[in-house]
Design a protein. Sequence first.
Length: 244
Amino acid sequence: MAKYIGVDWASKGWFGVVLYDNGSWETDHFPTIWSLWKNHSDASRISIDIPIGLPANNRRACDVEAKQKLGQQGRSVFYTPLREAVYEQNIEDAKETNLEAGYSIQNQAWGIVPRIREVDEFLDMTPSARDCLFETHPELCFYSLNEQKTLPRKETEVGIQRRKELLENEQLEALSIYEQACDLYLTPEYASFLNSKDDILDALVAAVAAKRPVDELARLPKANDPPQDACGLPMQMVYPSDAN
């Protein structure tokens, strides 16, 4: 039975939504990307909201194009730091290294650098995962599912509701998944596994992207042979095309 997974970093670990081709599903919380792979190395596709493929001397084309496509929501896309900067030990040294490429590192981007490093090291140590693990971006997915139209911010109730509607259009069980995950991972508030409902929405839409047939996926940049980094990893975002 084929399964497709969407993964989002959620403060204390990776939150994953697993969709099976028979309509069943499950959710889980993984402390590391290795623990996710240990349990789901047989997945057909895993879509993850983290940069894969690190630039050597310039901004990644997929980051630039995603910002342009999303317009107001483009602020949710961070320019991926250079590979050398990702492996610096502090943000001051990383920023200095990155300035060689003509752009600095946003504080928000530095906040996820440990996760970028984790996935980069995982793919280096686990070559078999390279054909399974794909980079996506939640807001790019939602934008495409919303007929290439900007959505209200997901921090608002109307933004959450619209994203839930889009997910239900793609996956009949989406609301059940969302509601159960809220109960399991957001309560009690003082000991929750996740930061907010955003984590659930982001993992869910990543799972929807993973489950889409290959010919119903879009890519940034659009080239069939995307740019690769020094380790041979593609620097490309994959997301649902706007046509089912």
